[in-house]
Design a protein around this ligand. Sequence first.
Ligand code: NDP
Length: 531
Amino acid sequence: MDTGIHLVSSAAPSGRFATSNPATGQPLGEFPIASAEQVAEAVARARQAQLWWSQTPLVRRSAVLRRVAKLLSEEREALARVITAESGKPLQEALLSDVMVAADAAVFCAENAAAVLRAQSVPHANPALRFKRGELSFAPLGVIGIIAPWNYPLSIPAADAFAALATGNAVVLKPSELTPQTALELDRILAAALDAEGFANQPRPFQVVTGLGPTGQALVASDIDKLIFTGSVATGRRVATAAAARLLPVILELGGKDAMIVLDDAALDTATSAAVWGSMMNAGQTCISVERCYVHHTLFPRFLDLCHDKISQLKVGDGSLPDTDVGPLISQAQLQIVDRQVEEARSMGAGVLTGGQPLSGLGPNFYAPTLITGVTTAMSLMREETFGPVLPILPFQTDEEAIQFANASDFGLSASVWGKTAHATALARRIRAGSVLVNDLLSGFAVSAAPHGGLKQSGIGRTHGILGMQELVRPVYLDVDLTPRMKKLWWYPYAGNFAPMSAFAEIVHASGLRRLAAVLRTLPLLRNPRR
Ligand code: NDP
């Protein structure tokens, strides 16, 4: 694979790192580890580029993003293969949840940046301020740093970068050390779109710095104006601490422990298929995957049976093979987290109905799709993010209990409720999470218009949608006084003004005769010239 060394820099990299295919162990490429100096240079280049980019008419910026969408669509199969090789996910998932989500995001940002950047007039209600005109406009922040994970190596950084670029910012992206090639493909496509739209000779407003954790640290410490960090809670906390020390604003998209609630009037066959897909796709390595499934006790036995059947039919293997449903985990480290949680649950009395072990015969990173019940919140499996192909299912007695179960988590990223529409929607409104889906799951991330983000340990702020773009602009209030020669009544001197000023204050809130009397008591103000 051509690793394309994109660090155009006078500073030296701090070495190189290698990537490999998580399904086969086959080496994929070597990449430079950007040093702190190189990160600083990339940010400086981005800042330089942001000057022309932000002054380019929005219609031309949008044309670049539309071109990006077209290129992503044209190259979708080749890109899916790169993503599958680096991340292990099945080709169909790479195609739909990475390439096509990224292409949709490019179009959404191209079409909606104007609404985010449109200035608004700010009317003044106070009679003393009537001769002023207020305007609220929105300016790009400058350079946005993006630190991205490996599980959606294209759609996560691409959607964030497109939102930043559409609103006139420049971007410096630090991808995961496990999936750098995908980020370099994005870089290549953005460069091609800029060239095709007539900007070949301009400095690039999108920069990629490859490397390990310290390269991310250097980006946090660099001269960026805002950071979008997507990753684990532990790293997110470190990043937020470093950002706080220099008052750098951050968006944190962290982990999840999403609940799926299946009500007594749910369509059993559909809900079981959803539970299996929602917990197993991308081998469960999705921040909004089903990590806890609560099923009404009347459906519980049949629900378990159907999930058991459906999980047993899943084909585990190399994601590049056409009939693979579930690929490998990204790494040995990730597999050990999953295995430790399942083993702990088993030792504390949980029942593993299928799976529950590594599939070493397929390779070191494969784990069997697992159905488990009899779990409790004393087990880390029900408290911490698992990020593996594991579906824990528990029964509940009443709707009230289901809500309590769902909300009893340190996370609050997403959730889903399954049942008759009105019934499920009423419960969905009571779940504390950034997004709640009724009779669907995971697809919220693919809706470009929908904001993405969570509460509690799941993070701070939003990406995607209008709200995501609004996070990347700064409001500027412009106030124009239309009486440039008039000294204000409330300026110096104050002598003798308190009583008439108090009357003036009364005018604003009084009515009828009281108001008329207050007006008369303000007249001394006109007699006292301002200095
Ligand atoms: P990590 O937290 O390990 O890494 C995320 C990114 O941070 C990587 O690019 C990593 O680089 C970088 N990094 C590591 N250390 C530092 C540091 N000290 N300072 C700055 N950057 C650093 O997460 P994963 O990549 O393992 O991703 C999985 C996690 O991401 C899961 O918890 C998942 O829930 C979460 N996630 C959240 C989403 C959301 O939208 N809420 C979406 C997708 C995933 P390197 O790879 O080189 O170590």
